[in-house]
Design a binder for this molecule. Structure first.
Ligand SMILES: *Cc1c(COP(=O)(O)O)cnc(C)c1O
Length: 458
């Protein structure tokens, strides 16, 4: 018989997690002001809030940590990271930062000015935040297919070249500091961008003389999808695909907490020495000296090792097959999902799931709270709360998609956990019509409100 799929790792260390009762959870989520970020981790049984920094490091990464070099300047750990970035991603220059948004802060301090326009494919929330904070505007040029959860398109993260060219044609070059391509596209559901699209964006950018920056948090998962779905790449290694992907970028920002499988860390990488010099000034000011930039030597070692492991096919296959396993299981209960499934998470279409709740009562947030009460599973809203208010009119923005994200930490949970998550969501789906009301905002911060929002039942 055909042998079934099995994980490409075995488990060497475990961490107990705590179950709770429904009554406990009802009290805890109320005390948390109905914001899942406010829960203590021991009030959560399975934590799918994010796949960011929540992965399990390998024995090799832990071994690398033991030989971290904590020298302030010129540490060997810095050079390990530099070598990994050069050999895997192909960039000559880089700056370590403490995480992805710090990379954005440093790089955008050089590049983004008031009144600028930054076209891209569904900018990530911190990316958008750093653009809008500088009174510039993020323009979403993602293909329309991305906004219909039922359309099966292999590369829903693609940039719509017509939308992009409209922006480039109708604005002076000086107003557009760069084009940003997010691989995979987090905000549209962990959806990949095709190699052909990256190539075309790069060609168009060259034509208009504008640099291309990759927001590269999940670049390896993107490469896996290219290998599986794009003609001509089926026999290439992930590392070969990654090298070609980055050949279309002038610079990149990285949240290493994703595809480099570390608990903390990030970096900026670039080809241009002058950009490196300018960014170094801000890196020293905000992050730390240019050879550690907010990271410990041991963390840089783990990151270098993680970049290598994270771009191995067996690891990626295990990871993405688990996400797919969860998706198929949930789908079998009839729950509406974003398809095809993304690389790092399953996205539930909350607009369809709770179609009887008005959008003003935040469907995805309501669903996230119900899922927590049902099974102690923590998820995250990717909907109207995250979309925030328009920075000028202050009117609530209601995005095309109202999603609940179940992000899967790397190498952390087993498929029994996936079964449990799916059953919990299936139970909520069965009783969905008993959910009569959503939630209203009681307190919100002026920017990136989702982290600290306080809500009350309508
Ligand atoms: C996580 C993420 C960021 C921000 O990185 P942090 O490490 O969380 O600061 C930026 N862009 C994308 C696409 C991300 O997924």
């Amino acid at each position: 018989m055909k042998l079934p799929f099995a994980e490409s790792f075995k488990i060497k260390m475990v961490e107990p997690i705590r179950k709770s009762t429904r009554e406990e959870r009802i009290g805890w989520i109320k005390d948390a002001k109905y914001n899942l970020f406010n829960l203590r981790s021991d009030q959560v049984f399975i934590d799918l809030l994010t796949d960011s920094g929540t992965g399990a490091m390998s024995d090799r990464q832990w071994a690398a940590m033991m030989i971290g070099d904590e020298s302030y300047a010129g540490a060997s750990s810095y050079f390990k990271m530099k070598n990994a970035i050069k050999s895997i991603l192909g960039f000559e220059y880089f700056l370590p930062t403490h995480q992805g948004r710090a990379a954005e802060n440093v790089l955008f301090s050089v590049l983004v000015k008031e009144g600028n326009l930054v076209p891209g494919n569904s900018h990530f929330d911190t990316t958008k935040g750093h653009i809008e904070f500088r009174k510039a505007k993020a323009i979403d040029c993602t293909i329309d297919e991305a906004f219909d959860t039922t359309v099966l398109h292999p590369f829903k993260g693609n940039v719509d070249l017509n939308k992009l060219e409209t922006v480039l044609k109708n604005n002076p070059k000086e107003k557009i500091p760069f084009i940003i391509v997010t691989v995979t596209c987090n905000s549209s559901g962990g959806q990949p961008v095709s190699m052909n699209n990256l190539k075309e964006v790069s060609a168009m950018a060259k034509k208009y003389g504008i640099p291309v920056i990759f927001d590269a948090a999940r670049f390896a998962e993107n490469a896996y999808f290219i290998k599986l779905r794009e003609k001509g790449y089926e026999n290439k290694t992930i590392k070969e695909i990654v090298a070609e992907m980055f050949s279309y970028a002038d610079a990149m920002t990285m949240s290493a907490k994703k595809d480099a499988i570390v608990n903390m860390g990030g970096f900026i990488a670039m080809r241009d020495k002058e950009l490196f010099r300018q960014a170094s000034v801000f890196n020293i000011m905000f992050e730390g000296y240019i050879t550690y930039g907010g990271m410990s030597g041991r963390d840089m070692n783990a990151l270098a090792q993680g970049l290598d492991e994270g771009t191995e096919f067996d690891y990626l296959e295990t990871r993405i097959k688990q996400v797919e396993y969860l998706g198929e299981k949930i789908k079998s209960y009839g729950v509406p999902l974003q398809e095809p499934f993304g690389g790092h998470a399953i996205f539930v279409d909350a607009k369809k799931f709770l179609s009887h709740i008005p959008k003003e009562e935040f469907q995805a947030q309501t669903l996230g709270i119900e899922l927590y009460i049902e099974g102690g599973v923590r998820s995250v809203e990717i909907g109207a709360i995250l979309a925030d208010r328009d920075p000028i009119t202050r009117v609530n923005r209601y995005p095309a998609l109202e999603l609940l994200r179940l992000a899967i930490p790397r190498r952390v949970y087993t498929n029994n956990h996936m079964d449990y998550i799916a059953a919990s969501l299936g139970n909520v789906y069965e009783r969905r019509l008993e959910i009569r009301h959503g939630f209203a905002i009681k307190y919100e911060a002026p920017i990136m409100r989702h982290f600290t929002v306080e809500m009350e039942k309508v």
